[in-house]
Design a protein around this ligand. Structure first.
Ligand code: DXP
Ligand SMILES: NCC(=O)COP(=O)(O)O
Length: 248
């Protein structure tokens, strides 16, 4: 198949993590988002966690006011988050699983078991004009369920692939990559737009960027860390260069 154009969404959550370590106003995630757009990000991702451990409600207000391009608003499927999304009407809403005690988003959303509830939950978001995306594992059952509930986009969780790569478990990494490869094609055949993200770095992004069905990568933690060493703009530009080389 002809590869789709590949977009880069930059997740700025962990600028807020650093700010919140001390309280106060700096570093400002909205400023980082504006810099990311200037450096060539196609969109900004922010996850308003229920416990507000990084991004806050005020950050979402600031992002909605300041961004030139699309905001991908990540949130748990709760009534509170639905009300916030309906107030702001961001370009995209990505429904993610959340556990209060987890360090980061550990897996994909369980869609198949919650199909009816999720179908009702996302309907008003779609009616409000938000593109609804579901953050899921590369699992055929979950992809079919995401399709049935009326999601337009799925984002495949790449965390297990990235962890296996970083820990040198190359057989596991290759098995995860094979699963992501098959499931990206499966979802695309159903007519879903396919995104991917979580844990991606310069070292492991290429095989994911090379998947021709993937239209968007969302990358945050690594880029914000790398910004300490080379600045946010150059880190984003380096990521884009690697992504484009993988796609060529
Ligand atoms: C859902 C997801 O992958 C992102 O939200 C990202 O990982 C940043 O948030 P956390 O590190 O809080 O999970
Ligand atoms: N949805 C994944 C995302 O937004 C970025 O994840 P990470 O690069 O911060 O792990």
């Amino acid at each position: 198949m002809t590869a789709k154009k590949l977009r880069l969404g930059v997740n700025i959550d962990h600028v807020a993590t650093v700010r919140n370590a001390r309280g106060g106003a700096v570093p400002d995630p909205v400023r980082a988002a504006i810099m990311a757009e200037e450096a060539g990000a196609d969109g900004i991702t922010a996850h308003l966690r229920e416990d507000r451990r990084h991004i806050t409600d005020a950050d979402i207000d600031g992002l909605m006011a300041a961004l030139q391009g699309p905001l991908n608003f990540e949130m748990a499927a709760t009534p509170e988050m639905q009300a916030i999304a309906l107030r702001h009407k961001p370009h995209a809403v990505c429904i993610v699983p959340e556990k209060r005690e987890e360090r980061t988003t550990e897996g994909g959303l369980e869609v198949a078991r919650e199909e009816n509830a999720l179908a009702h939950y996302i309907a008003p978001l779609r009616d409000a004009g938000c593109r609804v995306s579901i953050f899921i594992a590369a699992d055929q059952r979950q992809i079919e369920a995401a399709h049935r509930i009326g999601a337009e986009v799925i984002e495949l969780h790449t965390g297990a692939y990235c962890d296996a790569h970083a820990e040198g478990r190359f057989d596991d990494r290759d098995a995860e990559l094979a699963r992501l490869t098959d499931m990206a094609a499966f979802a695309d055949d159903l007519g879903l737009e396919v995104h991917a993200g979580h844990g991606l770095t310069f070292d492991c992004v290429s095989p994911i960027a090379a998947l021709p069905q993937v239209a968007e990568l969302n990358i945050g933690h690594f880029l914000i860390g790398e910004a300490i060493f080379q600045g946010l703009g150059p880190a984003i530009q380096q990521m884009r260069t690697i992504m484009e080389a993988a796609r060529a």
